[in-house]
Design a protein around this ligand. Structure first.
Ligand code: 5GP
Length: 126
């Protein structure tokens, strides 16, 4: 059930199609609860997307509706992907809804690494 201003889950969104194997991806990790793969338009030397396997439209939907096991399994997978970059550091980011510019309506976390990542947001936002 959607808990945000986003529409209900669309089973034909691009990440659902990747999960079903209908579209290819450069896989990094797959667990019972999560799939991690390289972003098609990387914005850093390392830009990985981590998604839960269940049909959750957004961060709000996932954390309200997923089971405790799915939530723990998902975040453990995020940490496992991050392990390779722990020494130098990495950034996690999740866009939720309109103002954040969420493009794909299946909850996902971006992991950026591989260079100093600069300020968290564009300056001048106020
Ligand atoms: P959002 O703006 O929703 O947080 O981020 C969506 C991300 O998904 C973008 O960084 C975009 O490049 C990535 N993306 C969109 N379509 C595909 C695809 O078909 N394959 C992969 N690997 N990434 C995609």
């Amino acid at each position: 059930m959607p808990v945000s201003g986003l529409p209900p889950y669309d089973p034909n969104n691009v990440f659902a199609r990747i999960l079903r194997g209908e579209l290819p991806c450069r896989k990094v990790l797959e667990t019972d609860h999560a799939l991690a793969f390289h972003d098609i338009h990387p914005q850093a030397p390392v830009h990985i997307l981590i998604i839960p396997k269940g049909p959750y439209v957004s961060a709000a939907d996932f954390h309200a509706s997923a089971s405790a096991e799915e939530i723990a399994g998902f975040w453990r997978a995020v940490a496992e992907v991050g392990r390779a970059y722990e020494a130098a550091g990495y950034r996690l980011l999740s866009n939720m809804g309109r103002d954040a510019g969420q493009e794909v309506p299946h909850f996902h976390v971006h992991l950026f690494a591989g260079r100093p990542l600069g300020p968290m947001l564009a300056r001048g936002a106020g």
